[in-house]
Design a protein around this ligand. Structure first.
Ligand code: URA
Length: 239
């Protein structure tokens, strides 16, 4: 990363102000004065100082977003706004990416990080990390559906799902449910309901492994994970 970009992103001034800082000789990389803003630095392994003070640059970033509808869970998209576009520039510099995908119209818990190892572990099909969704269904959800989901249902491409835990919160001409699944097939929740002749009209993810959506986050808002949440994620073992 360019040194001027790193300093500007960390809030040490505009690009122009940072240029002045560099010109004044206040910035050192591994104890060598750097005046050229174009100089590349590797913040993870090099020590950058400003007037002798070490500039802290964390390696990993862990964010929890309450994903709003209408944005895609990707780092780039030619048509739609992405969840990364919603991040402040100071967070974008870490080059984070969403851990797994939520559909464009799905809301709720989305983990965004640049920790590839952690993401891989959470997404690995072998690990069966549970994900719980709240959904509104277009008709009555019954005990027969609970039983069918507990056995696993056949999706429209012939795939037999693993058991899902369906909880009926409110049953009627429209039903509120919670569904916990341990896989992440494309449109899985919507297709599981399709398999029993029903349609999901609202979908929100409320948890993923040990992480639960912070209800104080408005749609589109996000926050850093706490140290405790990061530890829980790193040490998470599926029971
Ligand atoms: N299942 C779906 O159908 N959509 C999502 O966004 C997540 C799970």
């Amino acid at each position: 990363m360019r040194i001027d970009k790193m300093l500007a992103n960390l809030g040490y001034g505009s690009r122009k102000e940072v240029k002045q800082l560099l010109k004044s000789g206040a910035v050192r990389v591994d104890d060598i004065v750097v005046k050229d803003g174009k100089q590349q630095v590797v913040p993870q392994s090099q020590t950058v100082t400003l007037n002798g003070e070490v500039i802290e640059y964390q390696e990993f970033i862990y964010l929890m977003m309450n994903k709003p509808p209408g944005v895609v869970s990707a780092t780039e998209d030619s048509q739609d706004e992405t969840v990364i576009d919603l991040l402040a520039v100071e967070d974008q510099v870490y080059e984070p990416f969403p851990v797994g995908r939520l559909d464009k119209d799905t809301e709720g818990l989305l983990l965004i990080t640049n920790d590839g190892q952690l993401a891989h572990r959470l997404l690995s099909p072998k690990r069966h990390v549970p994900k719980t969704y709240f959904a509104v269904i277009d008709r009555e959800v019954t005990e027969a559906d609970v039983v069918a989901f507990a056995r696993g249902v056949t999706l429209n491409d012939g795939y037999q799902t693993k058991p899902g835990k369906l909880k009926i919160l409110k049953s009627g001409i429209r039903s509120d449910i919670e569904l916990t699944i341990t896989e992440g097939k494309f449109h899985q929740v919507k297709r599981m309901f399709q398999a029993v002749g029903k349609r999901v009209i609202y979908l929100q993810r409320i948890s993923m492994g040990p992480l639960t959506l912070d209800e104080t986050l408005e749609l589109g808002e996000y926050r850093q994970l706490t140290e405790e949440e990061i530890e829980l994620l790193k040490n998470y073992q599926v029971k």
